[in-house]
Design a protein around this ligand. Structure first.
Ligand code: ARG
Length: 459
């Protein structure tokens, strides 16, 4: 098969080389943006007089036909044409003859592939923001239902202080909110057109880069042709934002796994989002949450892989950069697969309120409040801490909790304690006393809930 760059070669390409260097196996995903970019390029060539208006029209029509063929799924790409760019050009010339050969005037695959990737990353960034917003919506919905549900908050996975379940869910809403902001920010770097940079040093044709950038919806253009074709940092930024999304999803997945275990028994995941065991009939496994946790590593891997590809590359384009795509595509699939499942899984899970409550009541998560109570009696906090530690030790020996102690028992440890202590240790009081900005009190939680809801409506 004759190569598009075959002029200076006298020998055919080794088949193994062809297979090794081809990217068509994966970059066919760029077909849509590639054709869009080519159409805009050709229209601009027509406008500036590099092509006649008729030529430009005929090529655009031809590209339209190619797109129809691709959409109908009837095309078979060829590794002999290496990548999506040359496969499309080949299909175009099959469609309209030698005129198709004018498409690539004033363009290189180097600025072409950079353009395609910018368009693609812009698109998937918008899609990911949308999916994050859907997950936030599911979390907010649950949070709203569970303002009154109280559970232990943990540190070191040891029960620490009671919080509202809504507060716990709002923590994830906040994380995903920052993920959205990160994507909205990295979008700005993807929103910059490299087209017109040519292979590395621009072009001798009088291209109007601005017009074509605007037609393609870009806000800015690269102001350096070398940078335009060498830059993949906008992909690194996307992968980095994606890595943090996965980190957050993975922590949430881990909690779903823990909370649905018999040991915690805080939630039940809907049957539709669990799987069974091939041997143990009683099992209902949280596979989705586990896989989200498990797939996090590959996204981190793609981030590190691309950073490593870029490190040490001399300017401008190097074939190494073809390695930017598979990790990007896999990241998009992995993140969107996880987000699409997590939202309905959260929406359908059942909360076992009573078990959460029991975990708070049969515990010492109000011990800090007893110490704070003593501080109110003018005992220095450090001393109060020591006294309460002794009281807790006594309770453990007596198999009691703080609210089970009599006033006489309390007074053996600290004569300043009076009957108002019982009120101070009541669970609702304990939570609502934490009314600092951002705390778990009803007032704070309800304020954040309503702020987050109105912000979501703006996204
Ligand atoms: N398939 C190539 C890639 O993805 C396109 C650019 C090739 N440019 C070149 N000069 N070989 O990076």
């Amino acid at each position: 098969m004759k190569k598009m760059w075959g002029g200076r070669f006298t020998q055919p390409t080794n088949k193994l080389v062809e297979a090794y260097t081809a990217s068509i196996g994966f970059d066919q995903r760029l077909a849509e943006v590639d054709i869009e970019g080519s159409m805009a390029h050709v229209r601009m060539l027509g406008r500036v007089g590099v092509l006649t208006p008729d030529e430009a029209d005929a090529i655009v029509q031809g590209l339209r036909k190619v797109k129809q063929r691709i959409d109908s799924g009837e095309v078979s790409y060829s590794v002999a044409y290496e990548d999506i760019h040359m496969n499309i050009e080949k299909m175009l010339t099959d469609e309209i003859g030698p005129l198709g050969g004018k498409l690539h005037t004033g363009r290189s695959r180097n600025d072409q592939v950079a353009l395609d990737l910018h368009l693609y990353v812009k698109r998937v960034t918008v899609q990911t923001v949308e999916q994050l917003a859907r997950l936030q919506e599911a979390l907010l919905q649950k949070a709203e239902e569970h303002v009154d549900t109280i559970l232990p908050g943990y540190t070191h996975l040891q029960r620490a202080q009671p919080i509202r379940l809504a507060h716990h869910m709002l923590a994830y809403v906040a994380m995903f909110g920052r993920d959205i902001e990160r994507l909205q920010d990295s979008y700005k770097r993807a929103d910059c057109s490299p087209l017109g940079a040519g292979a590395l040093a621009g072009t001798t044709f009088p291209l109007d880069r601005k017009v074509v950038a605007e037609e393609l919806g870009f806000s800015t253009m690269y102001d350096n042709s070398l940078d335009a074709v060498s830059d993949r940092d906008f992909i690194v930024e996307f992968l980095s934002a994606a890595s943090l999304i996965m980190a957050h999803l993975s922590r949430m997945g881990e909690e779903l796994v823990l909370w649905s275990s018999q040991e915690y028994d805080f939630i039940e995941l809907d049957d539709a989002f669990c799987t069974g065991s091939s041997i143990m009939p009683q099992k209902k496994n949280p596979d989705v949450a586990e896989l989200v946790r498990g797939k996090t590593g590959r996204v981190y891997g793609h981030l590190i892989a691309l950073l490593t590809v870029l490190k040490g590359l001399p300017l401008a384009y190097n074939k190494d950069m073809q390695e930017d795509k598979e990790g990007l595509f896999d990241t998009v699939d992995t993140v969107s697969g996880a987000l699409k499942l997590m939202a309905p899984m959260i929406a359908t899970l059942k909360v076992k309120k009573d078990n959460m409550r029991a975990a708070v009541e049969r515990d010492f998560s109000n011990a800090t409040d007893l110490a704070d109570f003593l501080v109110g009696k003018n005992i220095p906090f450090r001393q109060a801490h020591e006294i309460v530690g002794k009281i807790v030790l006594y309770c453990i020996e007596q198999k009691k909790y703080l609210l089970d102690l009599s006033l006489d028992e309390y007074r053996q440890f600290c004569p300043e304690i009076d009957e108002t202590v019982y009120d101070a240790l009541n669970v609702e009081r304990v939570v609502d006393a934490r009314d600092v900005y951002g705390g778990p009190s009803r007032r704070q939680v309800e304020r954040v809930l309503s702020e987050r809801k109105s912000r979501l409506n703006e996204t």
